[in-house]
Each structure stands twice: as structure tokens, then as C-alpha cells.
Design a binder for this molecule. Structure first.
Ligand code: ADP
Length: 180
């Protein structure tokens, strides 16, 4: 596949794959929550294809394996035609370029997310000026929700219903019981 760049009238360029607008939604997804799924649904409407990319991060100890995280996401997104689930390691910008994606998608929950995400977006733009980052505001009912909260709650016997998609509640509880 040839890497093509679309010329815009203000001479800015962006990556496109065979005329398709691809978005990459990266994250740990350890595990997927309703907050993530909401962003996936909304972002899938903005791009021809959305790649949910599970990050392998050596410096962040994950509870769910890469394969488990990918499986959980696939189970919840199988009905969205233009969503693909993948995994990657290393620099996000390199992965985005490899996939010929036009933008990185990020979810913003609170002001606290903003500072870090702004820094990351600027860094990525510095590495490659053609890589845009698009921020979607978290739905108000998910704005307190994180994978860590889900793990903490489930580990202590709490009910995670309403925080993660119904079809993966049992998988999450089972895996956590085995591992923690
Ligand atoms: P966490 O911070 O929960 O470990 P991830 O690394 O898995 O999150 O997050 C991947 C992306 O999803 C990030 O852009 C993050 O801001 C976003 N995100 C995480 N939780 C939510 C939520 N509850 N609502 C909207 N976006 C979220």
C-alpha cells in the first residue's frame, strides 16, 4: 500500500490510506470500560475506519494480558462495521504513520486529563506535523470512570454493572479473581 498525503488548500498535509480516513484510538484498555466504548462509538462515525490500538507498555503493569484486552474489545465492538482492534508497542506516531491514519483520537474526562493529553498531542505534532489529535469529551456519566476504578471495585467484590459493557462483566470478574 502506498502512503499518500492529501494536499489541503492551506498547504497542510495529512496521511490517507487509499482515500480512506483512518483514526487511531490508542490506550491501555485494562480493561475496556463504558467510557472507552462510548468514545469508540462516537469516533467510528467520524472516520471511514477506526483502529482501537491496545498499547503494550513495559513501564505500566497491566492486569489483563494484551490478548485478553483485545478479545474484550472485539467482543463489544463486533457490531460496529468500521472498527478494527489491534495492538502496538513503541512510538504512537510511528504506528499512526504505518497505518496511514489521519488522526489520533483521545477521550477527555476532566481538566486533569487535559494537561497530560495536551503535552502528548504537542509532542506527537513535534515528531510529525502531519499527525493530528482529536479530543472527544467524555460523556458526563462516564467522566468519573477509569479502568483502575473498575479493577479496584471488582477486586473487592463490588458490582461493576453499568461501568463496563454487560457482555464482558463475567470475563472481567473471572480474570480478576484468578489474577488478584
Ligand atoms: P485509563 O486512563 O483509564 O487507564 P486508557 O489508557 O485505557 O485509560 O485510555 C485510553 C483513552 O481513553 C484515553 O484517551 C483516555 O482519556 C480515554 N478514556 C479513558 N476512560 C474514559 C472515560 N471514562 N470516558 C471517556 N474517555 C476515556
Amino acid at each position: 500500500m502506498k502512503l499518500s498525503k492529501a494536499k489541503h488548500k492551506d498547504t497542510e498535509e495529512c496521511y490517507m490510506s487509499n482515500g480512506l480516513r483512518i483514526g487511531v484510538y490508542p490506550g491501555s484498555f485494562d480493561p475496556l470500560t463504558n467510557g472507552h466504548l462510548d468514545i469508540i462509538h462516537r469516533a467510528s462515525k467520524l472516520f471511514d475506519k477506526l483502529i482501537v490500538a491496545v498499547l503494550h507498555n513495559d513501564s505500566k503493569q497491566a492486569v489483563f494480558s494484551m490478548e485478553e484486552r483485545v478479545e474484550l474489545i472485539k467482543k463489544c465492538t463486533g457490531d460496529i462495521e468500521n472498527v478494527e482492534v489491534d495492538m502496538f508497542s513503541g512510538l504512537l506516531v510511528n504506528y499512526v504513520k504505518k497505518k496511514q491514519a489521519v488522526a489520533i483520537v483521545k477521550g477527555l474526562r476532566a481538566v486533569s486529563d487535559y494537561e497530560y493529553e495536551l503535552q502528548m498531542a504537542m509532542l506527537n505534532k513535534h515528531i510529525d506535523k502531519n499527525v493530528e489529535t482529536i479530543f472527544l469529551m467524555a460523556d458526563i456519566q462516564n467522566s468519573f470512570l477509569s479502568s483502575s476504578i473498575v479493577k479496584e471495585l471488582a477486586k473487592n467484590g463490588g458490582n461493576i454493572s453499568g461501568l463496563v459493557p454487560e457482555q464482558i462483566i463475567d470475563d472481567i470478574n473471572l480474570t480478576l479473581r484468578k489474577k488478584l
